[in-house]
Design a protein around this ligand. Structure first.
Ligand code: 0X9
Ligand code: ZN
Length: 323
């Protein structure tokens, strides 16, 4: 059992997931999405008894290495389901009526690298995967750097906008769509759920935003936009009721910036999911981008996770209550 409100190494988190699956086989199963470039297993838990008629919801976090609050939030959700289900009929209802996958760290190599910040202070702000160096001539010299922004590597309008072809960029999209083992494995995992996957939620930080498709172009919306927007509006309202945290909702280009190659647009488009959301957690964003927005004070971790759960339950309720 892990105490919430703390950050843990990927190996501690992995062992925790394994123990949960061992000790509660009737509610949780360990799943392996794939293997990272450095050989780590991308692990998650599958909650609820799987029967073919049940709708599926997938929640992930940590595709960006430095977004520790997102990883904590996904871990908190797992802890809540495992340890809070007996007192919470709403959670019991989810376990009975849907299948919920939670993958707390999609980019464990990057996450572990950010945890080496004690010896390498710059490491804490790492965003990408840890794929080997690639080189490109940037106009001045041939520059070589490690890592791909996995949230630019999905096969939706790959490389079109808000992504870079230079390996030294923070938003390097990689040589081709799904060139990276992490994004490729994850796309195959999500594809295997096609038809029953009703909601996909990816947790990021920060800016306090609830984002839906599409991300590449302003005023360009995916199918079910009215429904998507209605549920997003309700989710941010519920989220805000807890501590007064103010979220905005909209498409990326409307409320933050345009980009392509992200997981939610790909999932929405390819898998025809009804609800596909990117959530940017605390802190808020006030005109200037503070570098340390990714370093959320530990005392904010639990409130952040709790309010996010309040928003996410709006989506889970939609999925649970429609047949
Ligand atoms: O840029 C990203 O990949 C995400 N933001 S982050 O700061 N966590 O890196 C997603 C931003 C969502 N924006 C759009 N959908 N345009
Ligand atoms: Zn992110």
């Amino acid at each position: 059992r892990l105490r919430m409100g703390e950050y843990y190494s990927y190996s501690v988190l992995s062992t925790w997931l394994e123990r949960i699956a061992e000790n509660m086989p009737d509610i949780a199963k360990l799943i392996k999405v794939g293997t990272t470039i450095e050989g780590r297993d991308i692990l998650g838990l599958k909650f609820g008894k799987d029967t073919p008629d049940k709708k599926i919801v997938v929640i992930d976090a940590g595709i960006h290495a430095r977004e520790w609050a997102a990883i904590h939030t996904a871990s908190y959700f797992i802890n809540l389901i495992v340890n809070g289900r007996e007192e919470d009929p709403q959670i019991q209802n989810y376990l009975d009526n849907i299948v919920l996958y939670i993958i707390p760290v999609l980019n464990p190599d990057g996450y572990e690298y950010t945890r080496t910040d004690k010896t390498n202070p710059r490491a804490r702000m790492w965003r990408k995967s840890r794929s080997p160096k690639a080189c490109a001539f940037d106009g001045v010299r041939n520059s070589c750097c490690m890592g791909v922004d996995l949230n630019r590597n999905f096969d939706f309008r790959f490389s079109e906008i808000g992504a870079s072809r230079y390996p030294c960029s923070e938003i390097y999209h990689g040589p081709s769509a799904f060139s990276e083992p992490e994004s490729k494995a994850y796309s195959q995992f999500l594809t295997s759920l096609k038809g029953r996957l009703e909601a996909y939620i990816t947790l990021h930080s920060y800016s306090q935003l609830w984002i839906y498709s599409y991300s590449h172009r302003k005023f360009t919306y995916a199918p079910d936009i009215e429904e998507t927007r209605r549920v997003a509006a309700k989710a941010v309202q519920e989220l805000g009721r807890m501590y007064g945290t103010k979220y905005r909702h909209g498409t990326g280009p409307e409320i933050i910036y345009a980009f392509s190659g992200g997981s939610t647009d790909w999932a929405k488009e390819t898998l025809k999911i009804k609800y596909s959301y990117t959530i940017e957690l605390r802190p808020g964003y006030e005109g200037i981008i503070e570098w340390n927005g990714f370093v959320l004070d530990k005392n904010q971790l639990i409130p952040t996770a709790k309010e996010t759960w309040a928003g996410v339950t709006v989506v889970l309720d939609e999925v649970t209550n429609q047949w």
